[in-house]
Design a protein around this ligand. Structure first.
Ligand SMILES: [Zn+2]
Length: 166
């Protein structure tokens, strides 16, 4: 039993050591080029955001300290990070990639940096834009200006809006 526990501890230490060596490697010129090739080929996956139109993503860690968070995916088009979809990668430590490699790659290869997406999803209620008030902790309102105006116009033209809107 003690031998089994010792073997497990050695295996965990070896994985950590390998991961931290990998984090150093991806910062070297050879590591950056390997990262570039995989990024261009879309090996790390693509951004799930609709308006990023399948932009390839890069693996990043949210911190350089091990055992803090799993590896995430950074999209250079929307500038956001996403959780990995595969269960296997959800357990991969983010420190094995680190916080720097993805951005160092884009700094060295500026041609790979896409233009920031200006397209934004616009929430709508019955075709009218929903407005978000930052001071409201409840989030999205169903009190759209356009919808309110339409409802008021309906009420004023029919005398009583409740018949029309119910
Ligand atoms: Zn994106």
């Amino acid at each position: 039993m003690t031998i089994f526990l010792a073997m497990c501890a050695v295996e965990a230490s070896a994985e950590l050591l390998y991961g931290l060596i990998h984090a150093r490697y991806v910062l070297t010129p050879a590591g950056i080029e390997a990262l570039r090739d995989k990024f261009v080929a879309g090996v790390f996956g693509r951004c799930p955001r609709v308006y990023c139109h399948g932009q390839p993503v890069l693996p990043v860690g949210l911190t350089d300290r091990p055992h803090q968070s799993a590896v995430c995916l950074y999209c250079p088009r929307c500038g956001d990070v996403y959780q990995h979809r595969s269960r296997a990668n959800l357990s991969l430590d983010g420190a094995y990639w680190g916080t720097t490699a993805a951005h160092l790659l884009l700094m060295h290869h500026t041609e790979l940096k896409p233009k920031r997406s200006q397209e934004r999803y616009i929430p709508r209620i019955f075709g009218f834009k929903a407005q978000h008030h930052n001071d409201d902790k409840r989030g999205w309102h169903d009190t759209t200006t356009g919808l309110k105006n339409a409802m008021q116009n309906c009420r004023s033209s029919n005398g009583s809006g409740s018949r029309v809107l119910n």
